[in-house]
Design a protein around this ligand. Structure first.
Ligand SMILES: Nc1ncnc2c1ncn2[C@@H]1O[C@H](COP(=O)(O)OP(=O)(O)O)[C@@H](O)[C@H]1O
Ligand SMILES: [Mg+2]
Length: 275
């Protein structure tokens, strides 16, 4: 479980906090979606929840972060990384720039954990296969497209097998096929009991994956409820956020006086809506 008490987090040099006050607890096996307008503090929340801020990013957290009952203050970043995996919004910043191949890049984390060779190879093969990256294994990581780099960053995270994950807009540069791969990989992890925090503006990616959604505005949590309740909340629209296609269609049909069978609609949208 991740438990954050944030009276305020301020970036280095800044005096005003970019985040807080807020409190957030995410259970094992729980998937929480995070939405909000630009500059609402979503990325900052991801950094603080994963311990990257202040440990790596710097700044000051007035409050505490507990992972599985243990406080993270003073914990070395590499220890934290095994417990909470973090994928940054911009994949280019995530790659090590040390590896010659994608395979090496994904192996880097498990190698740093000092795992036996067989286990490293098994983890890398598994992570690459989950994201359909087998054909890129020997490519130079510096010559990847934005979408490819994003998938490699996620594969590197999966290979670490952290018990909790925080992903910041993990499909921002992906096409529908790549987005579906990520969605399936995440759904599988959740099935295995990982706690997942998914920062995302594509409500369709969250739909069916996140049972709970929180909405941030000006660094604070303004909504925290079941996904459907959040999508229907007037504040959700007021903040300019877009609900999933399923909800938009139902509203459109209702305003046109047509009633849609929700089950048939869900089936018809199942593929298209995920992309
Ligand atoms: N490295 C930084 N240093 C100082 N302020 C920052 C930094 N990164 C983000 N901020 C500020 O923190 C606030 C929240 O930003 P951010 O978490 O990136 O929002 P979002 O991800 O929701 O768009 C914004 O006001 C932004 O300008
Ligand atoms: Mg952001």
């Amino acid at each position: 479980m991740i438990r954050l008490l944030c009276r305020g987090y301020a970036y280095p040099v800044m005096t005003a906090p970019a985040l807080g006050p807020l409190e957030l607890a995410v259970d094992h096996g729980e998937v929480v979606g995070v939405m909000g307008p630009n500059e609402a503090g979503k990325t900052t929340l991801g950094l603080v929840l994963s311990g990257m801020a202040p440990a790596v990013v710097g700044g000051t957290l007035d409050g505490s972060l507990e992972i599985d009952g243990v406080g993270t203050r003073g914990q070395p970043a590499h220890e934290l990384a095994q417990r909470v995996g973090y994928v940054a919004q911009n994949p280019a910043t995530q790659l090590s720039h040390l590896s010659r191949t994608v395979y090496e890049e994904v192996a880097l984390g498990p190698m740093n954990l000092g795992l036996p060779r067989e286990e490293i190879l098994e983890r890398v093969d598994d992570a690459l296969a989950r994201l359909g990256l087998e054909d890129l294994a020997l490519r130079d990581p510096r010559r990847l497209s934005g979408g490819e780099a994003q998938l490699v960053a996620i594969a590197a995270l999966l290979a670490m097998r952290p018990s909790h994950l925080v992903l910041d807009e993990p499909t921002s540069q992906l096409d529908p096929a790549g987005t579906r791969l990520v969605r399936h990989a995440l759904a599988e992890l959740v099935g295995q009991g990982a706690a997942l925090v998914l920062i995302e503006h594509k409500a369709d990616l969250m739909d069916g994956l996140c049972r709970r959604i929180i909405v941030l505005d000006h660094g604070r949590i303004v909504l925290d409820d079941a996904a459907d309740a959040v999508f229907e909340h007037p504040d959700f629209l007021r903040l300019g956020l877009v609900p999933p296609a399923r909800v938009r269609l139902r509203r459109l049909a209702a305003s046109a006086g047509v009633s849609l069978d929700p089950l048939r609609l869900a089936t018809a949208l199942a593929d298209g809506a995920q992309s």
